[in-house]
Write a protein that binds this ligand. Structure first.
Ligand SMILES: NC(=O)c1ccc[n+]([C@@H]2O[C@H](COP(=O)([O-])OP(=O)(O)OC[C@H]3O[C@@H](n4cnc5c(N)ncnc54)[C@H](OP(=O)(O)O)[C@@H]3O)[C@@H](O)[C@H]2O)c1
Length: 374
């Protein structure tokens, strides 16, 4: 491994410590190196807080002069909630800066690099670029589209089922895979499920790891079928929860009870393309973007996943696969929706990879091609 990759890996590791705390800002870590030794480290710790470079360099005195700085995202050169990182890099006399990837934010976008070069700093771009781009895929997507980055997550058996004949899906995978899901939940601003999943499994949709932050919970429930005794309603006072239902005042009484329990009711215009009217996901996604929710992990059943894929809203898939067979005539697959006629119309996942999790497997990859909305 090249030495600059070694330090960039450390910067990425540090950046991850901000997961769940900085959205909609990016995850950024920074390492300062002098004479082959790390002399300072920092990461972006909270939304609105100091950036990674400033957090690392603030603890440095004269010893940083002539040193190298590694950061996974291009340093900023504008005044936002905090002063520009380029200023402190110049002030501390850093000689070389190694950057993972450029910042697409129009306020930065190459300007940070240009300014450093103008002032005599040697800049190397693109160190572990693929890893750095994936680390901040949520930030890059949100800043470009103003809609949340969306991942579909499901656990399935090797014969493609997500529930047994009774409708129960707890648990398809083992503890290792389930721990991994909780790590994943920490990364996303929101977790979403359809009412079908809530009625079948009564899930909590929380983040059960040490120092984990609970994402906002979002339910797609067009007709307010959510039971008042469900775990989600019972815990709505502690975990922010949004329920997206159809607009109109037809569910007034139930809506009032849910609101009293702490649930935010969002009335959304209907999607009228199916047999029954449902929450229009495109409109919901626009509203989520306006509320600065930069990312959604959708843990639906097949119906909600099918709509997401058909509407072109899925950006990544996390498929947890258990080497089990359960067979059955009625139990479902993880993604329903319209489907395709021929195999060459299939959506290929890009940059897919497989991770082994104590006997189960995770396949993840990016959805880059969209189905066209009719
Ligand atoms: N293995 C796993 O990873 C996993 C995960 C989750 C669930 N499951 C299993 O999946 C089964 C439930 O599947 P499901 O497909 O019924 O659940 P789902 O996808 O979570 O919920 C579907 C429901 O969401 C509502 N919805 C609102 N707006 C929608 C829209 N635009 N598009 C699609 N749906 C919308 C619809 O009900 P309204 O029309 O009333 O709004 C719809 O019937 C259960 O057996 C559960 O155990 C397995």
């Amino acid at each position: 491994m090249k030495i600059e990759e070694h330090y960039m890996r450390r910067a990425i590791e540090l950046a991850r410590q901000g997961e769940g705390r900085v959205n909609p800002n990016p995850l950024v870590g920074c390492v300062v190196v002098k004479a082959g030794q790390i002399i300072a480290e920092g990461f972006h710790q909270s939304y609105g807080g100091f950036h990674a470079e400033r957090n690392a360099l603030l603890s440095c005195g004269e010893e940083a002069r002539g040193g190298d700085l590694y950061v996974n995202l291009e340093p900023c050169c504008h005044y936002g909630k905090t002063p520009p990182c380029v200023d402190i890099i110049l002030e501390k006399g850093i000689r070389r800066v190694f950057i993972g990837c450029q910042d697409p934010n129009p306020l930065v976008a190459g300007k940070g690099t240009a300014l450093l070069r103008e002032r005599g700093v040697q800049v190397t771009n693109g160190v572990l670029e693929t890893e750095c781009l994936e680390l901040n895929e949520i930030f890059f997507h949100y800043i470009k589209t103003k809609r949340p980055f969306t991942a579909m997550k499901y656990a399935m058996t090797l014969d493609g089922r997500i529930a047994a004949d009774s409708g129960s899906s707890q648990w398809i995978t083992g503890e290792g895979a389930r721990r991994h899901v909780h790590m994943l939940r920490r990364r996303y601003s929101a977790i979403m499920a359809g009412i079908g999943t809530v009625l079948a499994d009564d899930p909590m949709l929380d983040c059960r790891i040490q120092e984990g932050v609970n994402p906002i919970r979002i339910l797609c429930d067009s007709h307010l079928r959510l039971p008042l005794q469900s775990k989600i309603v019972q815990t709505a006072g502690q975990i922010p929860t949004i329920l997206a239902c159809l607009e109109g005042n037809i569910f007034q009484e139930k809506a009032e009870k849910l609101a009293k329990a702490g649930i935010q009711i969002w009335q959304i215009a209907p999607d009228t393309r199916g047999r029954t009217e449902r929450v229009d996901l495109m409109r919901l996604w626009e509203k989520l973007g306006e509320a600065e929710i930069d990312s959604v992990l959708v843990e639906g059943g097949g119906v909600l996943h099918g709509s997401l894929l058909n509407d072109g809203l899925a950006d990544r898939v996390y498929a947890y696969i258990a080497p089990k067979l359960i067979s059955g005539e009625t139990n479902q697959g993880p993604v329903r929706g319209k489907g395709i006629l021929k195999m060459d119309q299939a959506i290929m996942l890009q940059d897919s990879r497989i991770i082994s999790l104590e006997g189960d497997y995770l396949i993840t990859g990016k959805v880059t091609r969209r189905l066209v909305r009719e």
